[in-house]
Design a protein around this ligand. Structure first.
Ligand code: GLC
Length: 733
């Protein structure tokens, strides 16, 4: 995010004219005014969401406050700088007050949680990351930006780039998986997609990368919980995606709820000032997560709300989401000298810079043409939804090459999820139109599948014995069971201690197997699941995640072979819930897991996961050979040949890993350093080259210092984190 000299001057001129009230107003994001009409406090709203009285979607709507006045007088008095409005007409109305009825006419920035699509709903991030397709990451973001701007949304609370390695945490669904390299590629591609297509103010938005930082490391996978780690782990695992996104120009950052080593990130100067603003020279602004400043009292780091507000703004927090503490408590604090005007001016400067960069001063309102531009989703948008879904599907099991099915196959389609179009959208889909969605069942029917349908059972429903009997006795060739999680079981405040299939779905599968037909499971889920039983007993398993608008059609195309699945896992699948956290980039330990009792493993689950990071099957076969590593002064040049040894076209992602065999800190047994997705015809061989820069082969130590150390390195290349060729080289830096 770069400003012209003229834009910088505009910011300074405005700043020089602003009163303290107007400055603090810019630092105030009002997102819960709607709650007034429900006569509940924000805390009660969070409670309603947590105990399931309202869904994530309802929470989003309530947060957006689409139908009530937002402190109109506050806006008129210049006390509101940012809003969360999901209705374009409402947006225009409130923006008009801000621009035409306030003293300085500073427009409001309107932010929303557009995580995986606005009107076009794409796959949830954990799924899309598995496409290993950076162009796709960027294209879906760019399309979401265009659609959102037409709805008055110029600020996205995304991309969420929290590396996460514990599938019990519900928010793994929102992020790009367990690996810092993949997450970094994802982060920078998303920032480019959201911010760089600046043909007009209708084609780009300000990103807000979140949640800074290490939120994905919540202890026990329990949301909002504490995080505790060494500096080396923070720098090597959790910070890289944020650094990559900032290098790509991210306009804003959201601090995370969690405390890091005892300091809530909302009031953490080490993160917000030392790293983000001083070391990384981040030019944008930092916003708190919803209500997070107030929650610093609950954390036990602030005596009261004023103390929380003072600590937050002094730590580098520029905007307060949802508590109005900055507005209400900072004037007295400034009076007492607890907060300097320089601190306030820095925050306001950052916020105004983003508003100027967004063109909000020149184009604050939506025209009718803009508002209705996407009333009918254009074919190009639907096509991208389909492509994203196709590339994100992962084939986990295909016993005896059962799949793809012939089009003549008669299927018994089973599972309540198969008939629920809304469930295809996943967590944090908040601005789509139900009429744009298609259930898997309807998509299969449109595809011409010869099938019967019986719900039988869903993630939250009982088994319908009658329907089950009907399935067991009907005349079909195979059973396709759509099973998984309700979308409300992943996303925020959705941690699960037991990550097997919820409800009685496994029991249903057991009963379905008694009829002796092949049983194929299509998974709809927002996190890796513990699927040992399913892997042992079912004939095929397709990971369908929550793929959005293109889900049903893409699954039909994969099931019947029109599309060859090419997705890979961006997150490891455990054998049992108790293996969590489980991930490929683990250290070796002194007793690496093995046959001997006295090695690092579980007696009841071993040490290997069920499906590793980077894994995904195809309807064809691929082979890697001829791995060669040559060393130049600054880099390792790696080449490897990959062939399609099967009988049909297919895409495969070849992954490059490295291991620093001996170092001053123990290093992971593998670290992803690059990947290339290639499409190969049957029999085709491609020679791939990777450049591994020596500067990227180091690590941060526990003083936060980046080191590269001479010694032996193992270089791996393959089609998953487990299926790799390896070569060892001596490297000097
Ligand atoms: C939520 C989430 C955050 C979201 C914000 C605004 O609590 O933690 O990801 O952007 O509130 O909805």
């Amino acid at each position: 995010m770069n400003l012209t000299t003229e834009q910088k001057e505009k910011v300074e001129t405005l700043l020089s004219q602003m009163t303290l009230t107007e400055k603090l107003g810019q630092m105030n994001q009002v997102s819960v005014s709607i709650v007034g009409s429900f006569d509940v406090s924000f805390e009660e709203l969070i409670e309603m969401l947590t105990d399931g009285r309202i869904s994530q979607e309802e929470f989003g709507k309530l947060m957006a406050g689409a139908r009530k006045d937002y402190h109109k007088d506050d806006i008129r008095a210049g006390k509101v700088g940012a809003l969360m409005v999901d209705d374009p007409v409402e947006y225009n109305r409130l923006q008009k007050i801000a621009v035409e009825e306030t003293r300085l006419g500073i427009p409001i920035i309107n932010g929303r949680d557009i995580i995986h699509g606005c009107l076009s709903i794409f796959p949830i991030a954990i799924a899309e990351a598995g496409s290993f397709d950076p162009e796709l990451f960027e294209e879906t973001a760019a399309m979401a930006a265009r659609e959102a701007r037409s709805q008055g949304i110029s600020w996205f609370y995304s991309p969420m780039v929290d590396v996460a390695r514990d599938a019990r945490w519900g928010r793994v669904s929102e992020g790009p998986g367990e690996d810092p390299c993949l997450a970094s590629v994802f982060a920078s591609a998303k920032i480019r997609g959201l911010q760089d297509h600046r043909e007009s103010t209708e084609t780009y938005v300000a990103a807000c990368m979140k949640h800074f930082a290490a939120y994905g490391a919540v202890e026990g996978g329990r949301d909002y919980n504490t995080t505790n780690m060494s500096l080396s782990r923070l720098y090597n695992v959790y910070l890289p995606p944020f650094k990559a996104g900032i290098e790509a120009g991210a306009a804003s950052i959201m601090a995370s709820f969690n405390d890091l080593n005892g300091v809530p990130n909302t009031v953490n100067p080490f993160l917000l000032r030392n790293i983000l603003k001083d070391d990384w020279k981040f030019p944008g602004f930092v916003v708190s997560d919803a209500n997070a400043i107030r929650e610093c009292v609950s954390h036990g780091i602030a005596r009261d709300e004023t103390d929380a507000g003072v600590q937050a703004v002094n730590a580098g927090m520029d905007m307060d989401m949802g508590t109005e503490i900055f507005n209400k408590d900072l004037p007295a604090a400034i009076e007492k000298g607890l907060v300097s005007m320089d601190t306030i001016d820095e925050a306001v400067r950052r916020i105004l810079s983003v508003k100027v960069w967004l063109g909000l001063f020149e184009h604050p309102y939506l025209t009718d043409g803009e508002i209705h531009r996407y009333d009918v989703l254009p074919e190009e948008h639907r096509a991208l939804c389909l492509r994203a879904a196709q590339e994100s599907i992962v084939l986990l099991r295909n016993k005896d090459h059962l799949l793809p099915l012939s089009k003549k196959t008669r299927i018994s389609l089973v599972g309540a999820l198969a008939a629920d179009a809304d469930e295809t959208t996943g967590a944090w889909a908040i601005s789509y139109r139900s009429g744009d969605l298609t259930s898997i069942k309807d998509a299969f029917a449109e595809y011409g599948v010869s099938m019967s349908y019986h719900a039988v059972c869903g993630p939250e429903s009982d088994i319908n014995e009658e329907e089950l009997e009907a399935v067991l006795h009907e005349d079909s060739d195979v059973i396709v069971a759509v099973v998984g999680e309700a979308k409300s079981m992943s996303g925020e405040a959705s941690s699960r201690a037991d990550i097997t299939l919820p409800g009685r779905q496994r029991e249903m599968l057991e009963k379905l197997l008694t009829c002796g037909k092949p049983v194929i499971a299509i998974l709809m889920n927002g996190r890796p699941l513990a699927l040992s039983w399913e892997d042992e007993h079912l004939d095929a398993i397709i990971e369908g995640w929550h793929l959005g608008i293109g889900m049903g059609e893409a699954l039909a195309q994969v099931l019947f072979g029109e599309i060859n699945p090419s997705g890979k896992l961006s997150s490891t699948f455990p054998r049992m819930s108790g293996q969590c956290p489980v991930y490929y980039a683990h250290t070796n330990t002194g007793r690496p897991g093995g046959r001997s009792k006295f090695t690092s493993k579980y007696m009841d689950a071993g040490y290997k996961p069920l499906y590793p990071f980077g894994y995904g099957l195809s309807y064809t076969e691929f082979a890697c050979e001829n791995l060669a590593v040559t060393q130049t002064r600054d880099a390792l040049q790696v080449s490897v040949d990959v062939s399609n040894t099967g009988d049909r076209e297919g895409a495969v992602t070849v992954q490059l890993y490295m291991r620093d065999v001996t170092a001053s800190l123990v290093r992971p047994v593998k670290e992803l350093k690059g990947f290339q997705r290639v499409d190969l015809q049957p029999g085709e061989k491609r020679s791939l080259s990777f450049t591994l820069w020596k500067r990227d082969m180091g690590f941060y130590n526990n003083e936060g210092k980046y080191l590269t150390e001479d010694g032996a390195f193992q270089i791996f290349a393959g089609t998953s984190s487990e299926d790799c060729l390896m070569d060892e080289v001596e490297v000097t830096f």
